[in-house]
Write a protein of this length. Structure first.
Length: 292
């Protein structure tokens, strides 16, 4: 069965960039695309009065989407859904079983994190599904050449979505570096972090996986430092349930990376598992597993 990538579009410049990224992933994965636009024109829509609804008719939107899909260099289907975005995306996931949901991040650089909201954050709250989030200013739409995977050293479990991530990383044929951030330059749990990622099976069948420790008081800034120093072009983040459902979600490293990372972020939701050992933990990360 041909693997599928579900790509969200609102016909914006950012969405077009994320579609180009998805096309390159589809080439490597020998996958088809399902390009989904959520058409919202109901008088009862809760966002009608904050400027987020389309002014075009359903028929015009469908023609525009089919025209866009016909120009793609990979097999692709066009879908226009009606309703609230999380519900429409959840329905598409049930029908197509994609490896990833690919979407763009709106430009929220001038908006405080506490006020910023993105489609990615909505989807993480409503479903535990891997997301590939492309920043609005990205200029590199080709396949990644160096992947960073963040790990905090805590144990975790993965479901079938872990297999999807392994499949994606293996298809990239690119170096993967596990990044572990702590405040101490000497007392850290980088070895433990590597063991947890390997123990969950995420490094299986990957030819080149190395580990890198970053000393920084801020997990967020430490990861962004690693992206810059390693010249990485994809950051993999493993999000624990509390980083998705917690009241302080916008303060979690996961959310901050989704809002501010200069490179695409692949978010894999994971489950917490009881720890066999309790090594000294790094600075609280509110649910982020630093990723390679």
């Amino acid at each position: 069965m041909c693997p599928t990538l579900l790509v969200l579009t609102d016909f914006s410049a950012g969405a077009n960039r994320s579609l180009k990224v998805a096309v390159n992933f589809a080439h490597l994965l020998e996958a088809q695309l399902v390009v989904l636009h959520v058409h919202r024109d109901s008088l009862l829509d809760p966002e009608r009065f904050i400027g987020k609804l389309s002014g075009e008719s359903y028929e015009v939107t469908m023609r525009a989407l089919h025209s866009l899909v016909r120009q793609l260099p990979v097999p692709a289907l066009a879908e226009v859904g009606q309703g609230l975005l999380p519900d429409v995306v959840a329905d598409a996931i049930r029908r197509y079983h994609p490896l990833l949901v690919v979407l763009s991040r709106p430009d929220a650089e001038n908006i405080p994190d506490e006020l910023a909201t993105t489609t990615a954050l909505q989807l993480l709250r409503s479903s535990s599904f891997p997301l590939l989030v492309v920043p609005p200013a990205t200029t590199k739409m080709t396949a990644p050449r160096h992947v960073l995977l963040a790990a905090d050293g805590g144990e975790f479990g993965v479901d079938e979505h872990g297999d999807a991530l392994r499949h994606v990383l293996a298809a990239l044929h690119t170096p993967v570096t596990l990044v572990h951030v702590t405040e101490s330059a000497t007392h850290h749990t980088a070895a433990q972090a590597y063991e947890t990622v390997a123990g969950a099976g995420l490094t299986r069948d990957l030819p080149r996986v190395s580990a890198n420790h970053i000393c920084h008081a801020s997990p967020l800034q430490g990861l962004l430092q690693a992206v810059a120093e390693q010249r990485a072009d994809l950051l993999v983040v493993l999000a624990r349930p509390r980083s998705v459902w917690g009241e302080l979600f916008h303060r979690s490293v996961t959310a901050q990376l989704l809002l501010h990372s200069p490179v695409p972020v692949l978010v894999l939701p994971v489950q917490n598992t009881p720890a066999r050992k309790r090594p000294p933990r790094p600075t609280e990360t509110d649910g982020l597993l630093y990723s390679i």
